[in-house]
Design a protein around this ligand. Structure first.
Ligand code: XMP
Length: 330
């Protein structure tokens, strides 16, 4: 299906590859957003990913307190992620931010669920339900007319230009949002250049891809809180250590499968989980290779994880390319 004209990137649009072009884009978008929104109010689901963060930062410049961001923590975020979103947007940029800690709600729904696609569906549905509930509360008096989204150009290309937003369909009758999508013509690298020019921190701007279902797909099988916590801590150590490499792999993270093996601690036999290090290099995530990580660094990471993380007694390096293995374990 053809992409509609309003969703087609103008052919004469300059590639945003430096700070001055980014600044020009920011100035233009801010004035366009002011014109579109006027004194209206806008809601945005802020995940902390680069696309929604750049969208939020642009809107803050344009409409300030008329923007309300909703950050839903599904309990499957990486260590310190919600704290960082709150620090950057609420404390530093002064955004009106509603933080919903829905950890219990998600983990209760996911209890004893081991089938990967069922887990994904539960996480996706719950996320939409919570966003809808919050948006509904805000929109009940009709003052919020706009819904902002961090749609980027590959999203449009990949969905043939019909990116109907799930959140809109779920809202009550009579509540209709007009979409606001200031970065919809940008490619990922351009979003990063704009994010940098907006002053967002590097670990937000250069964030590696992170699946929507978050750590849920890396805590394989039925998720338990203790294994999820071990995964989150081990992942934070891995990211801290791998970040010392230059260049860093395209994506790097820990998976903790639902398997225990024998170990020894203080002269006693203990059963523990294995933390699997996954590092991949790729261009488009369709195929991927496994980079060589210095052996000394792998040994250091193993030592840190097994010492610092309760419940983990083994560390493995996943050597499997894609294909045959996918990047995520589930
Ligand atoms: P796979 O595992 O399919 O991953 O080789 C390819 C890329 O996609 C990411 N990924 C996901 N992203 N929701 C997402 O938003 C998902 O359910 C999901 N599963 C995998 C993965 O991290 C990798 O970058």
């Amino acid at each position: 299906m053809a992409i509609s004209k309003e969703n087609t990137r103008p052919i004469d649009m300059q590639r945003i590859n430096n700070a001055s072009i980014a600044q020009k884009f920011i100035d233009e978008q801010v004035s366009l957003l002011k014109r579109q929104i006027g004194s209206g109010k806008v809601i945005l689901a802020l995940s902390g990913g680069v696309d929604s963060s750049v969208t939020a930062a642009l809107l803050l410049k344009a409409v300030g307190s008329n923007l309300t961001c909703i950050h839903v923590n599904h309990g499957l975020l990486r260590k310190n992620e919600p704290e960082q979103v709150i620090k950057v947007f609420k404390e530093e940029l002064g955004a009106d931010l509603i933080y919903v800690d829905a950890t219990d709600r998600f983990l209760d729904k996911l209890k004893n669920v081991s089938e990967p696609e069922t887990k994904r569906k539960i996480i996706g549905k719950e996320f939409i339900d919570i966003f809808d509930e919050e948006a509904r509360k805000l929109a009940s008096d009709g003052s919020y007319k706009f819904l902002a989204q961090g749609t980027i150009y590959p999203d449009i290309l990949e969905s043939d230009g019909v990116k109907a937003h799930h959140n809109v369909g779920g809202l009550p009758e009579g509540v209709k949002f007009e979409l606001v999508e200031p970065v919809k013509f940008l490619y990922k690298d351009e979003v990063r250049v704009v994010g940098k020019a907006l002053g967002l921190p590097d670990n937000m701007v250069y964030r590696q891809p992170f699946p929507g279902p978050g750590l849920g797909v890396r805590c394989t099988g039925a998720i338990t809180r203790d294994r999820l916590n071990a995964l989150r801590e081990a992942d934070a150590i891995l990211r801290e250590e791998i970040a010392k490499l230059n260049p860093t792999p395209w994506q790097y993270f820990i998976t903790v499968p639902d398997i225990k093996s024998t170990g020894i601690k203080d002269g006693k036999r203990i059963m523990g989980w294995a933390a699997v290090i996954r590092c991949v290099d790729t261009v488009d995530a369709v195929t991927a290779t496994v980079p060589e990580i210095p052996f000394n660094l792998l040994k250091h990471i193993t030592e840190r994880i097994t010492k610092e993380v309760e419940g983990i007694n083994r560390v493995l390096y996943d050597l499997s390319p894609k294909p045959i293995a996918t990047i995520e374990w589930e």
